[in-house]
Write a protein of this length. Sequence first.
Length: 372
Amino acid sequence: MKNPLDSAALDAAVDHVHRAGMPGLFAEVRHGDHVWRGAAGVADTATGRPVDAGMRHRVGSVTKTFTAAAVLRQAESGRIGLDAPIGRYLPKLVPGERGEAITVRMLINHTSGLAEYLPYAYPSLKAFPDLAETGAQSLDDHRFTRFDPEELIALGVGAPAVGAPGGAPGLYSNTNYLLLAELVAEVTGTTAEECITRDVIERAGLRDTTFPTGPEIEGPHSRLYEAWFGKIDPPRDYSVFDMSWTGPSASLISTVADLNLFYAQLMAGKIVGPSSLEQMRRTGPVISQEGKVIAYGLGLHPVEAPGRPTFWGHGGTVWGGGTLAVTRADGARQMAVAVNLQRWNTLDASGRPQPHPIDAALDSLYQVAMYG
């Protein structure tokens, strides 16, 4: 069989992203038994140490697919009802009428109406960075701050609702996934991280995917450079950072190879059963953190283009790092990309991000990687 992966085009596309301004990136594309891995640029701008496609990386909200899969496995075993009210399981965290109105499914697909806790964390806890007010120093001050998930959840639950439970469009909110982590812990008697590791990571056969045990990334990795829309200039390394501010909503560390393996196993029905997978791919409108309306299922969202096959997966960002991992609906082709700079766009007078050459270069890479 002719190799369906155009290595030269993929090499050129990765190099183009680097030349457009990305310090370093690495990726893996698979089609059947054919595999391409590539990297361009540096993992450390001070030393010139190159990036490598085998590096470990903070994958941000890609973690949500893992957490959703763990919840669905508990639902398959009968410990969780997807359409049961969250107040039945966690009455202290979501009390009263809201606890009765919000179901587990609404948490997974972001239609709970619960606000994102992040905007409230700095003024309430005096502990989460508020770059608009304090600049980059606030990030440095809280590299090692340890957050209590119940305090973060309380901020989201206590904030004004962003919609009615089950309403459309939903609003993407990390509060939902911190609650799901507490739910998993409640029904299993262990931590969400331990449950996800056992039921999802180990089940998928992933060898380089772990939750962090401290503020550092263990194993070979890149530095992660945060620009915060031009307000941190030059961009600063935040690869050392305590990820308790996101917990099992966005703290996972993995590799591009492991992410492709995970989504291949998931789409093949080897992590959750066929009925659960079908529900994961049942989408509704959700407003993303960038303010765009996207289609979102249960920890999965589609990547679609007219006349092209649909891909399923998730993207994620952390301070300085970004990831996108997607798999074609039939499982035949996969792409995982990791970058070591975030929020490279500058803002216009109204606060909207302005186009940057990196945006177009990344889009070109995605097109080549997904469609050839």
